[in-house]
Ligand binder design. Structure first.
Ligand code: ATP
Length: 236
């Protein structure tokens, strides 16, 4: 059984249905990307998986448990953590305070000291700025802080929504290197990305979303290597 299993999920906003019968899995220890154009439904999917958005049909299971009707904070307690699009940091708080806020569950609190050393080692720039307020950091530093805060939750699965949004290409490459490093350490990750080329390069398996449905899926390497798919779905 996969760590995260999204089964024929439908979800939307009020009368507007966005997701249609979405089925997706993240296996333990894998790095999976969900790619698609602007407005395809990636963020909606990430929110449905993490419990921030109610699903109207289908089911979500995590770590062997049906979590379809569990609110986000309960899913977080089970180890399902999302780094949201736009980061949503506590702007007036320092780097250290933001990181401390990430240790949401009892389990995470018990491991907070270890996890703090780990994330500061992973992102040395945060180590130099522990007392700086989040609002005064650059976009790239804020994204590092958002990922680090997510890791402070001691996640079994980290969902990162739009990692590259608004960041310079070089910085995106750097952050994806860190993500790959986390995966090598055994961290399971679901990455939603508009940056198709980079997402296909780093991930093990890819789902392509369009108009709220999964149009295509497969090992990232296969998808990357197929000219007709790249042209038809990815505009590459
Ligand atoms: P992006 O890369 O721009 O974030 P996305 O693939 O993540 O795109 P979503 O943000 O999930 O796409 O949006 C999917 C659809 O749902 C879009 O048509 C969008 O307009 C709509 N939508 C998103 N959020 C809301 C909302 N709060 N209320 C109503 N419609 C919404």
């Amino acid at each position: 059984m996969a760590l995260l299993e999204i089964n024929e999920v439908a979800a939307g906003y009020g009368e507007v249905q966005v997701l249609r019968q979405v089925t997706l899995q993240v296996r333990q220890g894998s790095l999976v990307s969900l790619i698609g154009a602007n407005g395809a439904g990636k963020t909606t999917m990430a929110r449905a998986a993490s419990g921030l958005l109610k699903v109207t049909d289908g089911s979500v299971s995590f770590d062997g448990r049906d979590v379809t009707h569990l609110p986000a904070y309960r899913r977080a307690g089970l180890g399902l953590t999302m780094v949201p699009e736009g980061r949503e940091l506590f702007a007036g708080m320092t780097v250290r305070e933001n990181l401390e806020m990430g240790a949401v569950s009892k389990r995470a609190q018990a491991r907070a000291a270890d996890n703090l050393s780990r994330v500061l080692e992973l992102f040395p720039v945060l180590q130099e700025r522990t007392e700086q307020r989040a609002a005064t950091m650059s976009g790239g530093e804020q994204q590092m802080l958002a990922i680090a805060r997510g890791l402070m939750a001691d996640p079994k699965l980290l969902i990162i929504d739009e990692l590259s949004l608004g960041l310079a290409p070089k910085l995106v490459t750097q952050l994806l290197e860190v993500i790959r490093g986390l995966k090598r350490e055994g961290q399971s990750i679901l990455l939603t990305e508009q940056n198709v080329v980079k997402a296909l390069k780093v991930s093990d398996y890819t789902y392509v979303m369009a108009d709220g449905s999964i149009e295509l899926e497969g090992p990232s390497e296969d998808i990357r290597g197929r000219e007709e798919i790249r042209q038809a779905y990815l505009g590459m």
